[in-house]
Design a binder for this molecule. Structure first.
Ligand code: NAD
Ligand code: DAU
Length: 339
């Protein structure tokens, strides 16, 4: 197969490329990425010389460019990881989220149907379901939970999900959608909770916890997510949505305390800051469908995954130091300066 992987210079897309090239030596991967602030070509350095890999700098909204790439590569499948992915940035400015996450997805799907029923997988998120209350632990998101979004980010992702399912019903395009919970692991951009706390700890900087830190997320090691996407692409039923989750709910404050402990830093670094607007309280995924139909389940326990992740950040300082010395500084000042 030739697979176009969009957003492959970002966190999950790059992990997916490494996973897929190792798991399927017969496949070819073409990574299409605009290289926004979140995309990093140095991440893909280990596969740049692999004959089964090609990198193309392109915006998924660029219809002409995308069609030309399809003409040249004649892909069998497209996996769309490309997105604006950070909730806080979507609160600052929703417009680019609508453009990339909704319009970009439609351009890719138009190319898929124009070039003859190319398989399309939309990488979505559990955030499309909105949130769950903190005092009803028995409630979980299933694939039939109504979409009920809170942020411009999640609304744009929900828009793309609906569009994907509409392309299946209207044009018969062979699509699947996965909705995954919070990922963590290597190559995670340090604007997100876990890498931000690791990086700040390593600099003995304040650890900004939103509100009281009681919001709950369901954490999954990134490679487990990559394996789920791979299984859905190969064996998932077209027209279907699959939830993917870690069955590992944790409060933000407990994650931050754990990182302090692992790095031998004092909890006095923790600083409670103004809460995120519209902050979702709790996400929790019921992943019974993908377990039942495809036999997928998480393989990495959080206790192991978080240790591995922290070690990775200790061993890859150049990667993240480069990031935090650039545009990130302005972002950080804007976001946390007088919070
Ligand atoms: P990321 O922000 O780390 O990476 C996004 C990548 O997309 C970057 O390489 C960026 O350059 C690229 N990109 C952005 N706009 C583009 C455009 N217009 N054209 C081409 N490329 C573009 O994101 P991530 O955390 O790796 O998330 C990947 C996908 O998984 C997203 O669709 C996100 O919604 C979804 N998701 C993420 C998580 C998570 O915990 N990170 C969980 C569930 C689902
Ligand atoms: O659930 C899947 C989603 O997980 C993905 O769709 C998103 O792309 C991804 O960014 C992530 O969204 P969250 O908003 O849950 O992730 P984030 O790392 O931004 O925040 C996790 C929690 O930590 C959230 O409750 C907000 C809180 N937080 C975050 C930051 C960056 C803090 O308390 N302080 C911080 O500085």
């Amino acid at each position: 197969m030739t697979i176009i992987v969009t957003g492959g210079a970002g966190f999950i897309g790059s992990n997916f490329i490494f996973y897929s090239l190792a798991a399927h030596p017969e496949d070819r991967i073409v990574c299409l990425d605009k290289l926004t602030y979140a995309g990093n070509l140095s991440t893909l350095q280990p596969v740049m010389d692999d004959r089964r890999f090609r990198f193309v700098r392109l915006d998924i909204c660029d219809r002409e460019g995308v069609y030309a790439l399809f003409e040249e590569e004649r892909p069998d499948a497209v996996i769309n990881f490309a997105a604006e992915s950070h909730v806080d940035r979507s609160i600052e400015d929703p417009s680019v989220f609508l453009q990339t996450n909704v319009v970009g997805a439609s351009v890719l799907m138009d190319a898929c149907r124009t070039f003859g029923g190319v398989r399309y997988h939309q990488v979505s998120t559990d955030e499309v379901y909105g949130d769950l209350p903190l005092d009803r632990p028995e409630l979980l998101f299933t694939e039939s939970t109504p979409l009920h979004t809170s942020s411009p980010y999640s609304a744009s992702k929900a828009g793309a999900d609906l569009l994907t399912l509409a392309y299946f019903r209207t044009y018969g395009l062979p699509v699947t959608v996965s909705r995954c919970s919070n990922n963590y692991g290597p190559w995670h951009f340090p604007e997100k909770l876990i890498p931000l706390m690791i990086v700040n700890c390593l600099h003995d900087r304040p650890l900004p916890v939103y509100g009281q830190g009681l919001n709950v997320r369901d954490w999954l090691y990134v490679e487990d997510h990559c394996r789920a996407v791979d299984m859905i692409l190969r064996r998932g039923r077209v027209g279907e949505v699959y939830n993917v989750g870690g069955n590992n709910e944790m409060r933000n404050i407990d994650i931050v305390r754990l990182i302090c402990r692992e790095l031998g830093k004092p909890e006095s670094l923790i600083t409670y800051v103004t809460d995120r607007k519209g902050h979702d309280l709790r996400y929790a995924i019921d992943a019974a469908k993908i377990r039942r139909e495809l036999g997928w389940q998480p393989e990495t326990r959080f206790e192991d995954g978080i240790k591995r992740t922290i070690s990775w950040y200790l061993e890859h300082r150049t990667w993240w130091e480069e990031i935090i010395s650039g545009e990130y500084r302005d972002y950080y000042d804007r976001m946390y300066g007088d919070r």
